[in-house]
Ligand binder design. Structure first.
Ligand SMILES: Nc1ncnc2c1ncn2[C@@H]1O[C@H](COP(=O)(O)OP(=O)(O)O)[C@@H](O)[C@H]1O
Ligand SMILES: [Mg+2]
Length: 146
């Protein structure tokens, strides 16, 4: 069974935190809440920064669909000049890595059209974890000196 929730936010920087809370609050069962918060943060910030959603009075809409071991996040904006794409940047370039992060975290992501804007979506897979806990680490632990 999946659950779906949707909410519209004003296109202002403060809405990134509201979108993170909205999504993370709905995915605790999957253990993917932290990943979901990162993904929606990037997509919401892009809607605000790169589309008319960030213009005065603009809005964007977040939809989150949650299943047992995966979730999908959609962010619909009000359209802009650019196209969402992973930028190829040198290691010396600051910024511009939001969609690279989404690409690394998501099993799959893409872009569609939505009314007069874009809908950027990402699907993340995970293993169910105890409520509110991040998934158990799978790699080697790194010791940190005191
Ligand atoms: N919602 C969007 N609408 C239009 N263009 C977008 C959108 N999201 C991302 N882009 C384009 O994709 C590029 C890469 O996005 P990103 O990796 O998040 O870097 P940044 O936002 O720092 O420029 C952006 O510079 C922009 O040109
Ligand atoms: Mg960005």
């Amino acid at each position: 069974m999946t659950t779906i929730a949707e909410q519209r936010f004003p296109g202002v920087p403060e809405s990134a935190a509201a979108a993170r809370r909205f999504v993370a609050g709905r995915v605790t069962e999957t253990g993917l809440a932290h990943v979901a918060a990162l993904v929606v943060d990037e997509l919401a910030c892009n809607a605000i920064r790169h589309s008319r959603s960030g213009w005065p009075g603009g809005t964007f809409t977040v939809c989150v669909e949650v299943a047992e071991a995966w979730l999908r996040i959609d962010v619909a904006d009000q359209g802009g000049a650019g196209t969402p794409r992973v930028r190829q940047l040198s290691l010396d370039t600051d910024g511009g890595r939001g969609l690279s992060i989404v690409d690394a975290l998501a099993a799959e992501w893409g872009v569609g059209s939505h009314r007069r804007g874009l809908l950027v979506w990402a699907r993340c897979d995970g293993t169910p974890a105890p409520c509110g806990q991040p998934p158990a680490p799978t790699g080697a632990q790194v010791a940190v000196a005191p």
